[in-house]
Design a protein around this ligand. Structure first.
Ligand SMILES: C[S@@+](CC[C@H](N)C(=O)[O-])C[C@H]1O[C@@H](n2cnc3c(N)ncnc32)[C@H](O)[C@@H]1O
Length: 556
């Protein structure tokens, strides 16, 4: 592949990783509108195909319907076929299918569907589906590519609707269920809850879950007391301090240093090649200077904001890009990829897409500063971090993150300068003030709050891996809850005070009125009948998710 074409493929794969597979269509459209070479190539392909097809173009009446049925039938057939399992056979199969597909393309429009199915078979065994679509888009004749894309869209919707059949992995002993609850305006909103999928005894570990991204509290960054990647406490003088790291990161081990480098650090906070060896486009000295300046400005912003969510967003984007692009290097160093589903070919973006969030207003210039870090590392990547996407990502990180704490937590965290309602909150049963950092988890994000929770997060390995422990015996199907806040009644509080404090913190951080039995019982005991200033639940899901998920919620 020529260098420029290779570079643009890498970039497209990276941008799709950020936006999800569905964003591919938007990218395609963008390229068509803006890229002269791309348009010329399409026109050329089109002419060639139109010429070969003109002779056999007949009446189209009823053709669409027949085509759709034929396509569905053909996809079903391919899905039922066995796929080779070992890598060499898969490669041979891939080459054979592409070659037959190419031959069929030359045979005229009657063969468009069989040709597209060959490309679809090849697609099923290719390790980086995103990359292959980009290549197909550039090389497969347009009419055949159209049939393939239609099939691909069918596959996307099947994939979308089937997500919870694969996620979370059965080995985690939990499942996601729907719960339709009043939203405070007379309508129902669909919440997701986590339930046990087997009986679990009090004290047992329900599951262990690794963080998708972490952010050490900014006042601890660079101190050498905690690992910037896994958040582990580090013994005196044993911290590894890589040179020229803009964030001042330190690591507890070579493993953490390498993981961080592969997942996000190279792209965001160093001048090292942002992508695996062999994929990084050449960069000039002046571009490196721009990169340096952009990273310094972003880090200055992070330190000033003292919030974890902007850092979590940046690391999440970088990790997606690293995972997807690393698949393009056969035999290269694999970027650690979390096993979050029992098959189903889901990307990191799929695990984020369905999560509920509150809208947040990013800090001034935040998106621009992040965009410049991305743009100076991989020019073009920034175009996918639109204002809307950035706001959504930020909302999801801020709303779903857990605080990581060890033992009883720290007690030396600086007092926040913001107003109480603006202080960033993570789910921490000891209170956010006691965490050493924040971390984002795909499965644990689904756990609802209760003031008398059925489980608690614990970090017993001394790092950011979350161990979920049952606080009482659970039966299969029971809801798993944790406390998002400190729910203990403190010595200086009456029951009424403690209840009020809990409800205030939940309203500030997550904007919902806790309906748990403890809140209800305590209200009844103290003779409170009406709810004091219950906030309307303003949390939401992305429109693509609500359209699919909420269409079957009963209307009032
Ligand atoms: C971080 S999300 C947890 C996952 C969420 N249950 C979902 O539907 O995706 C937090 C949101 O879940 C809902 N939630 C959590 N605990 C709740 C509870 N005890 N009662 C009602 N809603 C709750 C609220 O909408 C809250 O803002």
């Amino acid at each position: 592949m020529a260098t420029t074409s290779r570079t643009s493929t890498i970039l497209t794969v990276a941008t799709i990783a950020v936006g999800g597979l569905a964003a591919y269509a938007i990218y395609f459209d963008y390229k068509r509108r803006t890229d002269g070479n791309f348009r010329r190539k399409l026109r050329k392909d089109k002419k060639r195909i139109v010429k070969s097809q003109a002779s056999s173009e007949t009446s189209k009446t009823g053709a669409d319907e027949t085509e759709a049925n034929d396509l569905r039938g053909a996809l079903e057939k391919v899905r039922a076929e066995e796929m080779p399992t070992n890598p060499e056979e898969r490669e041979k199969y891939f080459m054979a299918q592409v070659s037959i597909g190419e031959q069929l393309c030359a045979q005229g429009p009657v063969y468009n569907l069989p040709a597209a199915m060959c490309f679809y078979r090849a697609f099923r065994v290719y390790p980086s589906p995103v990359e292959l679509i980009v290549i197909y888009q550039k090389t497969v004749p347009e009419p055949v590519f159209k049939v393939f894309s239609r099939g691909f869209r069918v596959r996307l919707s099947v994939r979308k609707l089937g997500y919870y059949n694969f996620f979370p992995p059965k080995s985690m002993n939990v499942a996601v269920e729907n719960l339709d609850v009043p939203d405070g305006t007379g309508r129902l909103m669909r919440k997701k809850i986590l339930v046990a999928n087997k009986d679990i005894a009090a004290g047992e570990v329900i599951y262990k879950e690794g963080a998708l991204v972490t952010a050490l509290d900014l006042d601890l960054q660079g101190k050498g007391t905690h690992c910037s990647h896994c958040l582990r406490e580090i013994g005196d003088g044993t911290a590894l301090r890589p040179d020229s790291d803009r964030l001042n990161s330190v690591y507890c081990s070579n493993t953490c240093q390498l993981e961080a480098k592969l997942e996000y650090q190279s792209l965001l906070f160093t001048l090292e090649p942002p992508l695996p060896v062999g994929l990084t486009p050449d960069v000039s000295d002046s571009a490196q200077e721009d990169r340096d300046a952009a990273q310094k400005a972003f880090v200055a912003y992070l330190n000033h904001s003292a919030k974890a969510s902007p850092e979590l967003v940046a690391k999440f984007i970088a990790r997606q890009v690293s995972i997807e692009t690393s698949k393009m290097v056969p035999g290269g160093q694999p970027v650690p990829t979390p096993a979050l589903a029992d098959g189903g070919d889901y990307t990191l973006y799929d695990h984020l897409e369905r999560l509920r969030f509150l809208e947040v207003k990013p800090g001034k210039n935040e998106m621009k500063l992040l965009g410049e870090v991305l743009q100076t590392a991989l020019p073009g990547l920034e175009q996918f971090v639109t204002e809307e996407r950035h706001g959504t990502l930020l909302g999801k990180m801020a709303y779903n993150s857990y605080g990581v704490f060890f033992g009883n937590g720290r007690d030396d965290k600086p007092e926040p300068k913001e107003r109480p309602e603006d202080v960033e909150k993570t789910r921490t049963p000891l209170g956010t003030a006691r965490q050493v950092g924040a971390a984002f988890y795909a499965v644990s994000s689904y756990i609802s709050h209760s003031c008398a929770p059925s489980a608690r997060p614990s970090f017993d390995d001394g790092n950011a891996e979350l161990h979920l422990i049952a606080t009482r015996d659970l039966k299969k199907g029971d809801e798993i809850t944790v406390s998002y806040i400190d729910v203990a009644q403190h010595e200086d509080e009456t029951t009424v005070d403690a209840r009020r404090r809990r409800r205030m913190e939940l309203a500030r951080g997550w904007r919902f009125a806790c309906p748990c039995t403890r809140c209800a019982e305590e209200a009844a005991e103290s003779g409170q009948t009406s709810e004091e200033s219950a906030p309307r639940d303003e949390s939401k899901v992305e429109p693509t998710v609500s359209r699919a998920e909420e269409s079957d919620i009963p209307k009032p």
